[in-house]
Design a protein around this ligand. Structure first.
Ligand SMILES: Nc1ncnc2c1ncn2[C@@H]1O[C@H](COP(=O)(O)OP(=O)(O)OP(=O)(O)O)[C@@H](O)[C@H]1O
Length: 257
């Protein structure tokens, strides 16, 4: 049986780069098996928050829990210490991430890109890894590209491979960091369709940083609007799209990028 999906609890998280406060006392709850879309103007801290959830960046204060487990740190003698690489790797192996720039290995085929984590991290037998990879490549409509190299694919196809690679690890939480921002406009739709189908059919918790407002409106159980390092509002689609805050209205009307 597949393990239950993860909930995420973020409490009073702050992060600064020099004098720039990028996250200011951010608190947020994400329920298991829901889709949360994070919207907000450029530079409001969306990607930073997402990357903090799997400890790709360290935070200055606050705490992030994924299914009640503190991410990135452990408490000893009443002090917090960063986890060892090994423990961090264990935590991350249950959290999938899809990056803006795909991050496929260029020297590996599509199939090898997807089996790689299964074989090295999950220690799956090769035949099982190949069967799993083929299943998820089929799910993103790319079974026929298994033998191709990333450079032979369009950006949209590469991103779908990256999604299959994340899914193949059967994560209980998937983080999408602006998954369509690097794509030519005509390729955005195919990737959003794959993510939308996942949102409808999978029992994985999903957090998606996106500039695609229409997509967020369609798929999100929760919408988070970030502004200047804070969560300005988190709520249902109706709550956020019905907000009368001038900043949120300006953003939704396309006058605040
Ligand atoms: N490693 C870093 N060093 C210094 N400043 C950084 C670093 N990473 C991000 N920043 C700054 O932190 C702020 C928030 O960045 P972040 O990428 O989280 O914003 P965002 O809301 O995702 O923006 P966008 O929609 O443009 O991607 C920005 O001003 C950015 O320049």
């Amino acid at each position: 049986m597949k393990p239950h999906s993860h909930s995420v609890q973020i409490r009073n998280v702050s992060k600064r780069y020099g004098s720039l406060e990028v996250l200011r006392q951010v608190s947020l709850d994400v329920e298991a098996n829901t889709v949360t879309c994070i919207l907000g103007p450029s530079g409001s801290g969306k990607s930073t928050l997402l990357r903090a959830i799997n400890h790709l960046i360290s935070i200055d204060s606050g705490v992030i829990r994924v299914s009640d487990e503190v991410i990135g740190y452990e408490q000893r003698d009443n002090r917090l210490f960063e986890l060892s690489d090994r423990d961090l790797c264990r935590q991350r192996s249950h959290i999938g991430m899809v990056f803006q720039s795909f991050n496929l290995f260029p020297h590996l085929t599509v199939l090898e890109n997807v089996t790689c984590g299964l074989i090295t991290v999950r220690r799956a037998p090769k035949a099982d890894a190949i069967a799993t990879a083929q299943h998820f490549l089929d799910r993103v409509g790319l079974a026929h590209k298994a033998g191709a190299y990333p450079a032979q694919l369009s950006g949209g196809q590469q991103q779908r491979v990256a999604i299959a690679r994340a899914l193949a690890m059967q994560p209980r939480l998937i983080l999408f960091d602006e998954p369509t921002s690097a794509l030519d406009p005509e390729l955005v739709g195919e990737v959003l369709t794959v993510i939308r189908e996942l949102a409808e059919s999978s029992d994985t918790t999903m957090i998606v940083v996106t500039h695609e407002i229409g997509f967020a409106r369609e798929v999100a159980d929760q919408i988070v609007f970030m502004d200047e390092g804070r969560v300005a509002v988190a709520g249902s689609v109706a709550e956020v799209f019905g907000s009368d805050s001038p900043r949120i209205r300006a953003f939704l009307d396309g006058n605040l990028k």
